[in-house]
Write a protein that binds this ligand. Structure first.
Ligand code: ADP
Length: 326
């Protein structure tokens, strides 16, 4: 039976997965992904993102909990799940010694396609992903961005309803990233549900209509990027110091001031949150000047997804959290 139109494309309920001897990779993880949306899964290394994807793609069995994907139960109907999904992993599935077209034909045959139907599907995908001109060339001669798009095409041959993309743009240059983002948006607009894990917060911000932050095997925050940002009060003040050596001392000085939270350092940039950031800049400057710490620039910004991430995981995404004396 086909699932009702408005039922979630992915639903996970209280998933638990332990690895020997006692790693609790998933610790009661639940999430819901509405059909035809892009959902971002974020979290620090070791948080449980890959394990979640493995369970949802029927590659690993949870110890407890349940999940459905495209209306099929991952435990009871793993074969149906596999036919309904496309998976584009971090490691390329491409045979670099074959041409792009051969790669797609091979994948299509694995899913039981053949003849004119398969050839038409392959031509359609090559056209959609901008790979038609290169299709007859050995993939080893292609750019990294083209190879990644071929990976996505391979995941799409059998017209899956749900696509899992594991860090799809890692290692791509900005132009290739944008091309893949456009493709992800197009697929979603056509009705595909996409679950994306990413190390790039701007990618989740750009693409995902909702996202979940995973930490220690649980979802610690879930919602649209805008809603998650709106939950954070205040703004960020970014202080670019004249030299990075002063950064730890600057962080510790500002941490002692009232009304500033979460000092985070990234080389010579110190970021703090404040309720009324613009009005607080002079007091930050006064403290730093008083300590003889040179400042190159100060900017005030609305909360970013980076701030959301920090708030829920206690870790800065790009930057390194400085444990200041409290
Ligand atoms: P993420 O994808 O967020 O980096 P993972 O799901 O890969 O996190 O890992 C979650 C936790 O489970 C980590 O502590 C990791 O070391 C552990 N883990 C993952 N796979 C295995 C495995 N096959 N055997 C033992 N431990 C594992």
């Amino acid at each position: 039976m086909e699932p009702a139109h408005d039922s979630p494309a992915i639903a996970a309920d209280s998933l638990v997965k332990t690895y020997p001897p006692d790693v609790r990779a998933l610790d009661g993880l639940s999430l819901e992904v509405p059909a035809a949306t892009v959902f971002g899964l974020l979290g620090p290394n070791g948080a449980g993102k890959s394990t979640t994807v493995k369970v949802l793609t029927a590659l690993a069995r949870p110890d407890a909990g349940s999940a459905t994907v495209a209306g099929h139960d991952v435990l009871r109907q793993p074969d149906r799940v596999r036919r309904a999904i496309g998976v584009v992993g971090q490691r390329s599935a491409v045979d670099r010694t074959a041409t792009g077209r051969e790669n797609l034909l091979f994948q299509g045959r694995l899913f039981g396609l053949s003849g004119g139907g398969l050839r038409r599907r392959v031509d359609e995908l090559l056209g959609q992903l901008g790979l038609a001109d290169a299709a007859g060339r050995i993939v080893a001669t292609w750019s990294g961005g083209m190879q990644r798009r071929l990976d996505v095409a391979i995941g799409l041959v059998h017209r899956p309803r749900v696509l899992f993309l594991d860090e799809p743009t890692t290692g791509l240059d900005p132009e290739a990233r944008r091309a893949l983002w456009d493709e992800i948006r197009r697929l979603s607009a056509e009705g595909m549900t996409i679950l994306l894990t990413t190390h790039y917060l701007d990618e989740a911000d750009q693409l995902a209509s909702s996202l979940a932050i995973v930490d220690a095997g649980r979802i610690v925050a879930q919602g649209s990027p805008d809603r998650l940002k709106a939950e954070l009060r205040g703004e960020a003040i970014h202080v670019d110091l004249a030299t990075a050596e002063d950064a730890p001392r600057a962080a510790s000085l500002i941490d002692r001031l009232d009304g500033f939270e979460h000092p985070v350092l990234d080389r010579s940039r110190l970021s703090v949150r404040a309720e009324r950031a613009a009005a607080s800049v002079p007091s930050v400057m006064a403290v730093l000047e008083g300590a003889g710490i040179g400042v190159a620039a100060v900017t005030v910004a609305r909360p970013s997804l980076d701030d959301v991430y920090f708030r829920h995981t206690g870790r800065s995404y790009q930057a390194q959290l400085v444990e200041t004396a409290r």
